[in-house]
Design a protein around this ligand. Sequence first.
Ligand code: CA
Length: 218
Amino acid sequence: MKYANSGSKIGVILTIIILGLISALVVINNMNSEKANETITSKLPKIEGQPTLGKEDAPVNIVEFGDFKCPACKTWAESIFPQLVNDYVDTGKAKFSYINVLFHGEESKLASLAAESVLKNSPNEYWNFHKELFKEQPSRITPEKILEIGRKFANVDLERLETDIKQQTVIEELNNDLELVQELNVQQTPTILINDTIVNNPFDYGELKKLIPESVMN
Ligand code: CA
């Protein structure tokens, strides 16, 4: 009986702890959703030399700071990005640029070197290659994996791709991206900017839409 008693006491204590944790989570969640209405004004990053999708003269600039190894970036790339492209890029209202972030170390670097190589040598394949890199998650990115992805594209020169990742011939592009990351003090990926405003919650499509100036909506 003694054991049963202490057992039920522990049960009560555990229940109290769990309830406490749940209410703390609810409070944190509420704080987050309040924060979702705020936006931080920032500088517009220089998109010269970056892969850019859409019409050059599109009135709105959307920029992603992303990491090919970041799971949230994969989710964003496969859920929100296609909607944005459909609603704003394909309609000529916005153009979309992507800047590499290397928060996940060597694998991020390798994927980004490969993407920059494809951008330089076969720019028409860039966005498909970009998509494939996200699709590969959570597989390990190795030079062999990069070539395996490259093989899916008839226009990608595999020898050049191999040389570019081995000799890091496009490292300047990565250094340039790093400068932009530091300039904007990017702390998390994906970080999405609509013109000069950082989107607080890039997964909230409604918030993204609200940041698109009304003047381009018609
Ligand atoms: Ca770049």
